[in-house]
Design a protein around this ligand. Structure first.
Ligand SMILES: [Zn+2]
Ligand SMILES: [Zn+2]
Length: 767
C-alpha cells in the first residue's frame, strides 16, 4: 500500500498504528527513511508513546558497535536507511534471522526521495530484502508513505516490484493558502556577454521576510544553501534594526510613518517596559495565542503577547541549518510556537527533523525542483486550519521564469511522476552480485529482479564477477559484493570528500559528478554548509575541502561531444523527427564560472585541467531537415546559436516533466551533427546507463518543448539572459546564442500543420 498525501495529513499515524499493533502481536517492523535525522526523529516519537512492548532502535552508521548486537537480538522496531540495509543488514542476514522471521511490516517513509539513479538502487535493494525475507519464511506487508505524487501506485510498484494499492485522498482539515509568484526585477548589473542580471531570489526573500515579520506573520523562508539562509536572516534583521531605530521614541513622530500594511507598528512606539523579554522555557505554545486583539493584513488574529519591544525586533529572525542537535531543534520549535521567533530562514534541512506546524507564511527562494516539493514546502504554512500565504520567488533560471509567468503550470496540475529505472544494467548488475553473495541466485529469482536479469547475469559471468554452476549463480570473490554498488552516486569508484583540517569524511561524490561538483576551486555545499575545494586528486580518489565563507558560487563548465550508438524509438515532430536511444557522451570540464552570491554578478571564469570522461547513457534528440531550416537561415538566423539557445532552455525545463535536477542532465546542440547529417539537439541523462529522464522527455516532448519556447518568450530581456537561454554550466561560455532564432526554430519544430500523418497518441511513446 502507498499513502501519497500532503504535509501534515497524518501519514505517520497511518503507518504507526499497524506497526505498533504488529509489535504488540509479537511481530517485528523495519522502518526505512532516506536520512539518519528522520530516523532519529521517528525514534523519539515512538519512545514518547511509552509502550514498553515496542523496543525501537535506530540501526545506522552512527549506531555504536556494542549496541548493534542488542538491536539485532532484541529490537522489534528497527529504524534504518537504504544504505545500511544494503551494506550492513542484508549481507549479514543470518545474524538477523529472528528479526526477519517475525517481520510483518516494512515501512518505506518519504519514498518520493527514491528517484533517478538512487531510486533505482533502492528498488533493487528492496528486491533483495524481499528475497531474504522469503528465505526466513516471512512475507511482510510494504507500507509506503510519500509526498503527493502522480500515479503513486505505479511508482510504488516500480520501487518494490509488487502490486500496490494507493491512498491519495487527503481529508485533513486545512485553510486556504494564497500563492504568490514573485519575479525579481532586472538590475543595472551586467553578466556574461553584457546580459542583464536579475535581483537575486535571496535579496528579495530577505526583504519579504522582514516585511512579513513586521506584520506579525510567522514566516519560514526556504533558501538553497546555509550560507544563503544566513544571508537572508542577516539582511532581514538589518532591515528590522533600521525600522526599530526609526521608530524609537527619541525620533520625531514624522519619521515614524507606518505603512498601512505594517499593522504591528500601529502600536505606540513606546512599548510597555513591563513586557519582559519572553522566557523560552516558560512560554508555552498556548499562552502566546491568548488575547487576540488585532488583525494583520492577511486576516490573522494577532495577540498582544506576540508583539516584541521594538529593540528586540531583529531578534525575531533567525537562521537554521542542518546538523543542529535534537535539543537545539526542540528549543527552536518552542520559540517558533511561542512567537519568540517570528521569521526563520532555512535550508531545506528543515524538511528533516523540525516540526514547524504553526506558521502563517512560507517564502520559497528559487523553484525547489519539483511541484511535489513546492507543495510540500508551501504546505508548511497554515496553522490550525487557518489561512496562509506561500510565495515562490524566481531565481534567474528558465524554469523559474516559465513558472512565474505560467501559473497554470503549477495550479490544477498533477505533481510529477517519480521517475526511476531499476532495469538500468549499471544498477542491476552490482545488486545481482550482492544478492548472489547473500544467497546464491537461482532461476526462480529471475522474475524478482526484472526482465533483463538473465542478460545481465550472462554479462556478470563473462566478467568473472559471478560463477554459474548447476545450482545457480554464485559470488566466489573475496571482496565484498556490496562495494560494487555506489547507491548514492552513478557507479564507478566514488571520490571521497574530506575536510583537510580534521580528516573528517563529509561524504562521497560519484566520479562523473566529481569533475563538475568538487573540482579544485569549487564551492561545495554539504547539508547546507559551504566548503571550498582545495584540491581534487582523481588518482587518489579524494577531494580535500575546507570550511569557507566565499561570497560567490561556482559553476563548472564542460565541453561535450556525443555520438549515437542506437536509436530505440523515433516519431515525427513537426517537419522534424524525435528520437530516443543510446548515446556515448564525451565530456570534459574545462573551467568554472564564479558568480557573486547576493547579486548574481559574474566574477570570472577560471580554467581547469581535467581529463575527458566517457559516458554511455540514453538521450532524447530532435532533428530538423535542411528544407525546414533553410528559410530560417535566409531570414538571417544564426542556426547554431538558435539550436544552442533552445538546448539550454530545454534542459532548464525538463525538470518540469521528470523529477530531475538540471544538473542530472546535459545537452549538445549542433547545426550539423555527424551522425544525423542534420541540425540536431540532444538532451541526455548524466548518469551511466541512463536514469529515465531523457525517456520521460521523449514521452512528453511536445509539452516539454512548448514550455521551453514559452519560457524563452516570457523573459523580457532582449538578447538572452540566465533567466531564459544562458546556462551556468555552458562549456562554450554561452556563445553563440540566438534568442529570437531559438523561438523561430522551436516554432518550426512545433508547427503541427507540417507534421507527417501519424497516430494521435504517438507522443506517448510507450511510456
Ligand atoms: Zn532572458
Ligand atoms: Zn551551451
Amino acid at each position: 500500500m502507498i499513502i501519497s498525501t500532503g504535509t501534515a495529513s497524518g501519514k505517520s499515524l497511518a503507518y504507526l498504528t499497524p506497526a505498533v499493533a504488529s509489535c504488540l502481536d509479537g511481530g517485528t517492523i523495519l522502518y526505512l527513511t532516506p536520512t539518519k535525522a528522520l530516523a532519529a526523529d521517528q525514534l523519539r516519537a515512538l519512545r514518547e508513546l511509552r509502550i514498553t512492548q515496542v523496543r525501537a532502535a535506530c540501526f545506522d552508521g552512527d549506531t555504536p558497535f556494542e549496541e548493534r548486537t542488542w538491536v539485532r537480538q532484541h529490537a522489534n522496531y528497527v529504524l534504518t536507511n537504504p544504505d545500511m540495509l544494503h551494506r550492513g543488514i542484508l549481507p549479514r542476514h543470518a545474524q538477523w534471522s529472528s528479526f526477519f522471521r517475525r517481520l510483518r511490516l516494512i515501512v518505506v517513509d518519504e519514498c518520493h526521495g527514491y528517484r533517478g539513479v538512487f531510486g533505482s538502487h533502492v528498488a533493487q535493494i528492496l528486491r533483495r530484502l524481499r528475497r531474504v525475507c522469503a528465505r526466513y519464511g516471512s512475507q511482510p506487508t510494504f507500507l509506503l508513505a510519500s509526498a503527493t505524487a502522480s500515479e503513486p501506485g505505479a511508482f510504488a510498484k516500480r520501487l518494490t516490484g509488487l502490486e500496490m494499492d494507493e491512498v491519495t485522498v487527503d481529508a485533513s482539515p486545512k485553510g486556504s493558502t494564497t500563492i504568490a509568484l514573485w519575479e525579481p526585477p532586472l538590475t543595472e548589473l551586467r553578466g556574461e556577454g553584457g546580459a542583464p542580471v536579475r535581483r537575486t531570489a535571496t535579496a528579495e526573500a530577505a526583504d519579504l521576510l522582514a516585511d512579513l515579520v513586521l506584520a506579525d506573520v510567522r514566516t519560514l523562508a526556504f533558501v538553497r544553501s546555509r550560507r544563503g539562509a544566513e544571508t537572508v536572516a542577516l539582511s532581514a534583521r538589518a532591515k528590522l534594526s533600521d525600522v526599530a531605530f526609526s521608530l524609537t521614541p527619541h525620533r520625531t513622530p514624522s519619521t515614524a510613518k507606518t505603512s498601512p500594511t505594517d499593522s504591528s507598528l500601529d502600536r505606540p512606539a513606546s512599548a510597555s517596559p513591563s513586557e519582559a523579554p519572553e522566557d523560552q522555557g516558560s512560554t508555552g505554545p498556548d499562552t502566546a495565542m491568548q488575547g487576540a486583539s488585532a488583525v494583520s493584513p492577511f486576516g490573522w488574529n494577532l495577540a498582544d503577547g506576540e508583539r516584541a519591544d521594538l529593540a528586540e525586533l531583529p531578534d525575531k529572525i533567525a537562521a537554521y541549518r542542518a546538523g543542529y542537535l535534537a535539543e537545539d531543534r526542540r528549543l527552536l520549535e518552542k520559540a517558533l510556537r511561542a512567537g519568540t521567533i517570528m521569521g526563520l530562514a532555512t535550508t531545506n534541512a528543515l524538511e528533516l527533523g523540525v516540526d514547524v506546524s504553526g506558521l502563517d507564511a512560507v517564502l520559497i527562494a528559487g523553484w525547489p525542483g519539483t511541484r511535489a516539493s513546492f507543495w510540500q514546502q508551501a504546505g508548511r504554512a497554515g496553522r490550525d486550519g487557518r489561512n496562509a500565504l506561500a510565495v515562490l520567488i524566481a531565481r534567474d533560471d528558465p524554469l523559474d521564469t516559465y513558472l512565474v509567468h505560467h501559473p497554470q503550470a503549477l495550479f490544477g496540475q498533477p505533481v510529477e511522476a517519480i521517475v526511476l529505472d531499476p532495469d538500468n544494467p549499471y544498477v542491476l548488475g552490482p545488486h545481482l552480485c550482492a544478492a548472489a553473495a547473500e544467497i546464491p541466485l537461482t532461476e526462480n529469482d529471475l522474475p524478482t529482479f526484472g526482465s533483463t536479469t538473465a542478460d545481465v547475469l550472462d554479462d556478470l559471468v563473462n566478467q568473472n564477477l559471478l560463477r554459474k554452476r548447476q545450482a545457480g549463480w554464485f559470488w566466489t570473490r573475496r571482496e565484498r559484493a556490496t562495494d560494487l554498488a555506489d547507491i548514492r552516486g552513478g557507479g564507478g569508484a566514488p571520490i571521497q570528500v574530506v575536510e583537510s583540517s580534521t580528516g573528517r569524511l563529509l561524504g562521497s561524490v560519484d566520479e562523473p559528478s566529481a569533475h563538475s561538483t568538487v573540482h579544485t576551486g569549487a564551492v561545495y555545499l554539504h547539508q547546507g554548509e559551504t566548503f571550498l575545494v582545495e584540491l581534487l586528486d582523481l588518482d587518489a580518489g579524494v577531494a580535500l575541502v575546507s570550511s569557507g565563507n566565499p561570497d560567490y558560487t561556482t559553476f563548472a563548465r564542460d565541453i561535450t561531444d556525443i555520438s549515437i550508438l542506437s536509436t530505440e524509438r523515433s516519431h515525427p515532430l513537426g517537419p522534424g523527427t524525435l528520437h530516443f536511444g543510446e548515446v556515448e557522451v564525451t565530456r570534459q570540464v574545462v573551467s568554472y564560472l564564479k558568480r557573486r552570491l547576493h547579486s548574481g554578478e559574474m566574477l570570472g571564469d577560471e580554467p581547469l585541467e581535467l581529463p575527458p570522461r566517457t559516458l554511455r547513457t540514453r538521450a532524447v534528440w530532435w532533428t530538423l531537415p535542411a528544407s525546414a531550416v533553410a528559410p530560417l537561415a535566409e531570414a538571417g538566423i544564426d542556426l547554431g546559436g538558435a539550436a544552442h539557445a533552445a538546448e539550454h532552455a530545454s534542459i532548464g525545463l525538463l525538470p518540469l516533466f521528470a523529477t530531475c535536477d538540471r544538473w542530472d542532465i546535459g545537452g549538445v546542440s549542433t547545426e550539423l551533427h555527424a551522425d544525423t547529417g542534420l541540425l540536431t539537439v540532444f538532451v541526455y541523462d548524466g548518469h551511466e546507463g541512463g536514469a529515465g529522464f531523457a525517456e520521460r522527455g521523449y514521452a512528453r516532448a511536445t509539452d516539454w518543448l512548448t514550455a521551453t519556447r514559452e519560457a524563452i518568450m516570457s523573459c523580457e530581456c532582449e538578447r538572452g539572459c540566465p533567466s531564459c537561454i544562458q546556462s551556468p554550466k555552458c562549456g562554450n561560455g554561452n556563445e553563440p546564442l540566438d534568442k529570437r532564432g531559438a523561438i523561430r526554430l522551436l516554432n518550426t519544430l512545433l508547427t503541427p500543420e507540417q507534421r507527417m500523418p501519424s497516430p494521435p497518441d504517438m507522443a506517448a511513446g510507450g511510456c
